[in-house]
Design a protein around this ligand. Structure first.
Ligand SMILES: CSCCC(=O)C(=O)O
Ligand SMILES: [Fe+2]
Length: 187
């Protein structure tokens, strides 16, 4: 089962709707990888005892873990948190989220500043690189349970756009430019 991702339309309708373009413009895992977005599909029923998850955590140094059950009963300032999640931002570190139940949308900006919507469901683990502009919303199912992973003491600070001078943003842009190759004129 592969992850579904697509370019978003420009409409201001409910953020929880899919916002496909017409016709649909799907985005491949390769395209996401070029932006530094990584993806695994794991067995969400086995997260407490999953060798594959353990391997990823060990390989990438993710020693911190907690669970975020995104519903009004369990989250203080639920509405405010959702608003903040959907405000375009970056972090100084990777954002690692593993969906255990429910579903939701991670939106990331591509190289041309277009929004790509990534639909995560139970079993999807994604890593957003430090410095990528992104946001998150629930979809119409209105519920998600996420595992949050981190290397070291967790820092969740969000820096809202614009962040052109943030070191993580500059580093990210440098990496992206490197992946796009040297322009012909420079040879
Ligand atoms: C609900 S986790 C995703 C929201 C987000 O971008 C963040 O926590 O920084
Ligand atoms: Fe974030």
């Amino acid at each position: 089962m592969a992850l579904e991702a697509w370019f978003m339309d420009e409409s201001n309708e409910d953020q929880r709707l899919p916002h496909h373009r017409n016709p649909k413009e799907l985005v491949s895992l390769n395209h996401l990888a070029e932006l530094g977005v990584l993806y695994w599909h794991l067995n969400p029923n086995n997260y407490e005892n999953d060798k594959e998850l353990q391997k990823i955590r060990e390989a990438r140094g993710y020693n911190y873990m907690d669970l975020l059950d995104l519903c009004p009963e369990k989250v203080t300032n639920y509405e405010e948190k959702l608003r903040n999640f959907y405000t375009e931002h970056i972090h100084a570190d990777e954002e690692i989220r593993y969906c255990l139940e429910g579903s939701g949308y991670f939106d990331v900006r591509d190289k041309d500043d277009q929004w790509i919507r990534i639909w995560i469901k139970a079993g999807d683990l994604i890593i957003l690189p430090a410095g990528i502009y992104h946001r998150f919303t629930l979809d119409t199912s209105n519920y998600v349970k996420l595992m949050r992973l981190f290397l070291g003491e967790p820092v969740w600070t969000a820096y809202n756009r614009p962040q052109d001078d943030h070191p993580a943003r500059k580093e990210y842009i440098k990496d992206l430019t490197g992946k796009m190759g040297v322009p012909l004129e420079a040879h």
